[in-house]
Design a protein around this ligand. Sequence first.
Ligand code: 8Y4
Length: 357
Amino acid sequence: MSDGQPYLRPAGLMWGRDADEAVEAGIAGRIAGGPVAYSMVEMSFRHEALVSRTWRTYRDLSHSADAVIGDRLALIAATRREVCGLDMTRPVLMGIVNVTPDSFSDGGENSDAETAVAHGKALAAAGAGILDVGGESTRPGSEPVSAEEELRRVLPVITALADSGHVVSVDTRKAEVMRAARAAGARMINDVSALTFDENALKCARESGGNVVLMHAQGDPRTMQKNPSYDDVALDVFDALEAWLVRCTDAGIDRSLLAADPGIGFGKTFQHNLELIQRLSLFHGLGVPLVFGASRKAFIGALTGEKVAGNRASGSAGAALSAVMQGAQIIRVHDVRQTREALQVWSAGSDPFGARF
Ligand code: 8Y4
């Protein structure tokens, strides 16, 4: 959007009871049919590499005669379709199940798989609605693995968890892994390259007929943290996600099967990550469920001084809370129990007569 069209970011956010009452009073609009409402809108305009911003009340903007603005407000408002049979009008936790050698000590033949399955079941019991199973590390600087090795790691875990009735997503960039994972019972593809890494991924995702998470990354995991650069990080990520959504729908994937994720930490500096969190509600203008993953990432350690990733549960819960307050629908976390508890207590105080988490 370089031709003077505005980007609309819902602001002046309310959650739970205040949201209901402000919508009822006609001074706020609901986001995605969910627990959040907004009373103000920040409008951003691009001028080459520069951005100007201005503020409107929701009330004023909702009476705009401009069709572009009306269309964008409608995308923000529309109730999202279910994802893997899960209602998107309340936040869902996606529990992380890593099946990489660095995530478990290698004992015997199947010990990695058995440990991962047990871990996944514990995350589901702790409150995860989706289990995200991945066999390739995409940490900054990590090396790619072969499809054979990735399949060897994730397939037994996906099969066991899906057969036990859990909703499983597969975290992969490879079409071959997507196809086999779907056949083994995975209901969603979570691709940190937004179906751009593997030339067969787009076709494979369409044929699978399942949900797909398109995550934004600048560069590939090996080099992405070298020198991340944007004109305006939130607007640039928005445009990239919009372009990838169009690429998917052009390839025949139903838009209601797609979700979008700004990709915290993937080709972003510390400052970029914070700005993406601050402006997260912008991405509701894409009209699809938002996935958000900040769990244990380096910027949390930088903020709290906690160098050990496994000790970042409370800091990560703070990030999750920020995302849920802004209406993000799916929160990808390692520490499901701690995140669920933090959100439960906070949401009860925001919604004393309801239960929207
Ligand atoms: C410690 C632990 C430090 C983990 C860094 C990390 C996302 C994702 C990843 C995300 C979606 C990670 C697969 C990176 N992050 N998928 N995957 N969104 N949709 N790093 O943010 O967890 S892996």
